[in-house]
Write a protein of this length. Sequence first.
Length: 459
Amino acid sequence: MLDHLASTVSDSDFNWQAADAAHHLHPFSDHKSLHQGRVRIITSAEGVYLTDDVGNRILDGMAGLWCVAIGYGRQELVDAAAAQMKTLPFYNTFFKTATRPVISLAERLTAMAPGDLNHAFFACSGSEAVDTALRMARTFWITKGQPSKRVIIGREFGYHGSTTLGAAAGGMVDMHRQGAALPDFAHVMPPYWYGYGGQMSPEEFGLFAARQVEDKIREIGAENVAAFIGEPIQGAGGVIIPPETYWPEIQRICRAHDILLIADEVICGFGRTGRMFGSETFGITPDLMTLAKGITSGYIPLSAVLVGDRVADVLINDTGEFYHGFTYSGHPVACAVALANLDILESEHLAARAEASGIKLRAKLIAALGDQPIIGEIRGTGLIGAIELTADRRTRRFFEKRGRVGALCRDHCFSNNLVMRAVRDTMVFSPPLTITDAEMDDLVDRATTAIMATQADIR
Ligand code: PLP
């Protein structure tokens, strides 16, 4: 136990590293190896740059965890939070009550969303939104007198959060091994052309991957399947961008077999893919859509499930009480911040800007790195993208020990004050949508230094 804690939080001589090691359990971390080095302690941020406690200025190529769409330091969100805290810091939305911010946000989100997603349910995290959507899908079929329709089909490398239902729906086997493998969940291959497309064209492979869902439905029996859940672009699984043929075929299959379609837009929502929602970018009309992250640009926790008319009609008119919700569902301060965030996203046309900036950023990366032997592919849609590091660019061969080269590259990025994440040997990026041309040049310079150093290491 450290003997001088709370009163000393602002002391620069306080041993933050020791206190972190002694008392703080980090998410998704191997604690033993984490504390063999230093933990980077971030103390402030502005625009696309973070500052740490030893004065490094770090380019945040990940927008936090894919969430800080409008960049750091926007006073409008601070003002919205402060004003709401003064007027009404909290009231719940249970027991026949509501607050004005939650009503305004429900109205605004459903007006923005594609298709007939006319109802919104609020929670605090992406994982809770996914849990909610899955509970809604199963409740829908129970209410309709088809309780056997329970199975949720997800995809390998899919990520749907870290609650047990979300982790079971996702396709991360390490999470399944730690208690999150549940019955009534199934997984199919992702539409990962670079990795699994072989000799097929991307278009052929898109159809092939989608039809794995149909095969799985036939194997399980459509009478046992509740829903298919997918991220329009699989983010945490390595920015897997499906070929154009994939989503229309998925949609056809879900309709043909009467399976609900859940678009998990926790990363893709709010401009990331160059349109307000990934569903618009890929022409998806989902029955349920999960949103989080960009909804408040990460300034405060909030998430939502948007519900289409077909499901909402049943839940509203036939289910009776839906036994589900959270103390902070529709938290008024979070909703006020979300409204201010949407004002910025819309008035600064950040979705369109993401599309234009994404094109420029990929062109710059290709110009700087495209010919290097270690580069297998540079891909992206809007401002979410990936750089595949490869053992052989001609055959798209993976490195033998998957993940080692990616980790090396991530460490080089780290030493070059660039945050880029490694997923296996795929470097992924999703900077704030506000990134300027000069900041993109800076990102490309730092990424080039890191990747060239990685290439030198493995020669
Ligand atoms: N769904 C997707 C697609 C995500 O990328 C994430 C988080 O990265 C989640 C759900 C879970 O969100 P949270 O970490 O806010 O619970």
